[in-house]
Design a protein around this ligand. Structure first.
Ligand SMILES: Cc1ncc(COP(=O)(O)O)c(C=O)c1O
Length: 362
């Protein structure tokens, strides 16, 4: 930190993105222990933070590597010194594929593939540059997003494995559908079932004579379940670094584990029942259309959010809020909030311990 760096929360210009150091470290340790005790590797998804300093901490604590969502994040993580990188997403633009192939000179950066045309594109570019790209077949295990359908996965894998310029090294699944399953018991039962299907696909491909060393899955609400399904080799949770209100509502984390905070300033107190802070959708994303939780002020409730304003209702009997007062909020969805800031202030109590870059945001 240089002499001008903020030393306490009061020095921060708002809206500011903060992360509580102790909670962050606690969350990182806990997920690492979950992976260790299940005997699987941890490959956290960086899309929650896109912060090289946090990725480095994850590796220092034992993560095997990282997942990222696009080529520019892979490039940044590589510059950071992390070499085991998996782009857990489809890369289809020719320029991005060329960059992926170029990265192979420095590290065997892996990529997800869910169709033959894309695989052929990657293989062709790699062959042209006399390289070989490790690929992981993305299987749709129910999220209904990307991914080859389960029953078509073995055939696709076989065809991919035969392409020159590509090395088939695994399968992955994303069980995002379980974000809508509130019951822990049901989530556990359903997760075990779909992850077992993914493992079965890996075994089928292996039976055809192809080595499948990686079976990657497991997101924050299901990571501890997926990690214990036999045949899974690694988990790729992202949100657990910060947790958020969404995870609290799911029963996956407690409020006390949530490490991410927004610091905002009261800019207007139009009457005794209402105040407004300088943080709206450009701060909170609001992608889930759910308000953040105010920290400390028990009687204050968010009622409306605009681009740069959050309107709060307060019980006047509980006291008045002053213009210029700083207020902390716990976001509903942490991942989309990080992406709106260039830096994260690392805090310990009222102290600002460090400033970490979010790079690249998207
Ligand atoms: C492919 C993939 N893996 C892992 C994750 C991490 O999920 P979560 O943040 O819910 O842990 C995501 C997030 O969307 C993802 O897209």
């Amino acid at each position: 930190m240089n002499a001008d760096s903020p030393k306490t929360k009061l020095d921060l210009e708002t809206p500011a993105l903060m992360v509580d150091e102790k909670r962050l470290i606690g969350n990182l340790k806990q997920m690492q222990e979950t992976a260790n005790s299940a005997g699987v590797l941890l490959r956290p998804h960086c899309k929650t933070h896109n912060c090289p300093e946090i990725a480095k901490l994850q590796i220092e604590m034992g993560a095997k590597g990282v997942c990222v969502q696009d080529i520019q994040h892979a490039e940044t993580m590589l510059e950071t010194g992390i070499t085991d990188i998996f782009i857990a997403n489809e890369l289809v633009e020719p320029n991005k594929i060329t960059r992926l192939v170029a990265l192979q000179e420095k590290a065997a950066v892996k990529v997800a593939v869910d169709n033959l045309v894309n695989a052929e594109q990657i293989a062709k570019t790699a062959t042209l540059h006399e390289r070989s790209v490790p690929v992981i077949v993305d299987v749709d295990i129910g999220a209904g997003r990307c991914g080859v359908p389960l029953n078509a996965a073995p055939k696709l894998a076989e065809r991919i494995a035969r392409l020159k310029g590509i090395r088939l090294i695994g399968v992955m699944g994303y069980e995002g559908q379980f974000y809508s399953v509130r019951s822990r018991e049901r989530r556990e039962r359903l997760t075990k079932r779909v992850i077992a299907r993914l493992v079965r696909i890996a075994k089928l491909i292996a039976k055809s004579g192809f080595d499948i060393p990686i079976v990657s899955c497991g997101i924050t609400p299901t990571a501890s379940i997926a990690a214990n399904v036999e045949g899974v080799t690694e988990i790729q949770p992202g949100n657990y670094v910060f947790y958020d209100l969404m995870q609290v509502k799911l029963g996956v984390a407690t409020i006390d584990q949530c490490a991410q905070r927004i610091l905002a300033t009261v800019i207007s107190t139009p009457n005794s029942k209402r105040f407004v802070v300088d943080a709206g959708t450009t701060t909170f994303a609001f992608d889930q259309a759910k308000f953040p939780k105010v920290i400390g002020l028990q009687s204050a409730i968010p009622t409306e959010m605009n681009q740069e304003h959050l309107v709060m209702r307060i019980n006047p009997k509980a006291g008045r809020v002053q213009v210029g007062e700083k207020i902390e909020f716990l976001p509903y969805h942490a991942c989309t909030v990080s992406n709106l800031f260039d830096q994260i202030y690392v805090t310990n109590g009222e102290q600002v311990m460090a400033t970490w870059a979010v790079a690249p945001r998207n």
